[in-house]
Write a protein that binds this ligand. Structure first.
Ligand code: HEC
Ligand code: HEC
Length: 481
């Protein structure tokens, strides 16, 4: 352990590393919440740096059932534990990026979160959840970790657990809109626990988990519903969340967000669908990573002045700097779609429909925010467009990330991602531009909604009045971006 501490200290000496918990930068990091009196107050700098830095052990790929090389399990047991981050302060940009890739893939939890070791050895688990497998037979969402020789632990909850996409042909796209079916896995875990544990105990556990999403200052808070939902209803709510959408800290299990594509994140002025976090420089991305994985748990809201207990670990400044550089280096997979005659017509339609007012080339976003109906920000940032577009306001009014705004997302890479919209309600672009989605009897093709009922996907009327052939052309164009 001493040795690790020494290495960490050495690493911290790397020049130019921004300080993650710079008090001024942390204080001005976020927009106010929709109800500004309840904006989060983050831990102060001194206490932040008292938290132990995360030690990253060497980890190994997890294979799908039947894809493991012969003798792999026994081989893992012969591995010596090895602390791999940091080894030395990276000397050049490539070394920083390589170090960041390690952090991106490093599990932060060795407890089963979405799946257990047993699940990952069970072909039925893959069938039931639709868990995708990479070309080489691995599952990029989890890793085997060796902290003590002979003991192999299953780790997950790395950035890669949610931010890695496996394409239909098995290509792995790090940073892409993740398609690990997290919440379906969670639902299966619920159902299987209920087979060997009293239902009341399972219910108490899941309700305890759900309590973190409650937003007590919002009248009629939807996130209180789990208190009165049955186990069956809670499992069904998890199953309604498709891969590409997930409930994580500070979001909501009943109103989960789409997982954003991190490829191209460097160009975004705001992070999160609600634009909660500003990205003024690389330091802000480091702050985002630290908050999202660990530090959110130490936030205080509103008049409650009780100090929450310190999180067990935090990433070091060096780890976060490497991670942010890695995210900035990510590239999209090669695009197979060409600007053919149909796409060329679509390009003209894109201009005629004035999509570029918001989805402005070359980023295909103007990096601005749009307030939802009924919300008038007291301190509206300069980047707000003076327009409403009728999108479902609940995520931005009824969660801990709710600012009252949604940001204009980039359209680059829509060909390899989905489902679409801030909560991933439309599975495909065809569905996003289908005018039937506005009707109350519509059944969303992506995120269904926790109550399994019909529901419109309101708002964003752009492109909905096109003729079917024009719609096809527009989509053909979007798929070239
Ligand atoms: C449990 C799943 C999960 C894990 C683990 C996770 N994320 Fe995310 N991430 C999400 C979801 C969901 C959102 C969308 C939140 C929102 O819009 O409110 C998100 C949003 C983001 C964003 C904002 C991007 C944008 O354009 O809005 C960044 C940056 C990000 N994550 C980075 C990371 C990094 C770095 C890690 C690891 C340190 C990580 N995430 C771990 C699920 C996850
Ligand atoms: C007034 C600004 C504005 C205009 C004009 C506009 N959009 Fe959007 N677009 C948005 C916003 C905001 C969202 C995010 C909606 C949400 O949060 O659910 C969005 C979302 C999208 C998405 C889903 C992206 C994703 O990753 O989920 C697509 C695709 C899209 N727009 C295409 C278009 C096209 C094509 C046009 C023109 C026909 C257009 N938009 C016109 C603001 C606009």
């Amino acid at each position: 352990m001493r040795y690790a501490a020494l290495l960490l200290a050495l690493f911290a000496l790397a020049p130019d590393t921004p300080q993650t918990w710079d008090q001024t930068a942390i204080h001005s990091l976020e927009l106010p919440l929709a109800n500004p009196e309840y904006s989060p107050v983050h831990l102060d700098r001194d206490r932040y740096y008292q938290i132990s830095e995360r030690v990253i052990y060497k980890s190994y790929p997890v294979f799908a059932p039947g894809r493991e090389p012969a003798g792999y399990g026994d081989w893992l047991k012969t591995r010596d534990p090895e602390i791999i981050f940091p080894v030395n302060a990276p000397r050049d940009e490539d070394a920083w990026i390589a170090a960041g890739e390690i952090v991106f893939n490093a599990p932060t939890s060795l407890h089963p979160v979405f799946f257990s070791e047993q699940n990952l050895r069970d072909p039925n688990f893959f069938k039931e959840t639709g868990m995708p497998v990479a070309k080489d037979g691995t599952i990029p969402f989890a890793r085997w970790v060796v902290r003590r020789k002979g003991i192999v632990e299953l780790g997950s909850m790395s950035c890669a657990t949610c931010h890695t996409r496996v394409l239909a042909d098995g290509t792995v796209v790090p940073g892409g809109q993740g398609n690990n079916p997290n919440d379906r896995e969670g639902a299966l875990l619920l159902r299987s626990s209920a087979k060997f544990m009293p239902e009341s105990k399972v219910l108490a556990q899941v309700r305890g988990f759900a309590r973190q999403f409650e937003v007590p200052w919002v009248p009629g808070d939807i996130n209180r519903l789990p208190e009165s939902m049955s186990l069956e209803e809670l499992a069904a709510a998890g199953e309604a969340i498709p891969p590409g959408v997930t409930a994580r800290a500070n979001t909501s299990i009943l109103l989960p967000p789409q997982i954003p594509d991190l490829i191209g994140v460097r160009d975004r002025h705001f992070l999160d669908h609600t634009g909660l976090v500003r990205q003024r420089d690389i330091g802000d991305l480091m702050r985002y990573g630290s908050l999202a994985q660990d530090m959110f748990a130490a936030d205080r809201y509103g008049p409650d002045k009780t100090e929450p207990p310190l999180p067990a670990a935090r990433y070091s400044d060096g780890q976060l700097y490497a991670l942010a550089k890695y995210l900035y280096s990510l590239q999209p997979p090669p695009n197979p779609n060409r600007l053919d005659a149909s796409a060329a017509r679509g390009k003209i339609l894109f201009a005629q429909q004035k999509c570029g007012v918001c989805h402005t080339p070359p980023l295909y976003t103007n990096n601005k925010l749009i307030a939802v109906e009924g919300f008038t920000g007291s301190a509206a940032p300069a980047e707000v467009m003076p327009i409403h577009i009728g999108v479902d306001p609940r995520y931005t009014l009824q969660t801990h990330k709710g600012t009252g705004y949604y940001k204009v997302p980039s359209l680059r890479g829509v060909w390899y991602r989905g489902p679409f919209g801030h909560n991933g309600s439309a599975l495909t672009l065809e569905d996003w531009f289908n005018p039937a989605r506005l009707e109350p009897d519509y059944i969303p093709t992506g995120f269904k909604g926790y109550d399994g009922k019909t529901r419109s996907i309101p708002g964003h009327p752009f492109g909905l009045s096109l003729k079917p052939s024009e719609r096809a052309d527009l989509i053909a164009f979007l798929k070239t971006l």
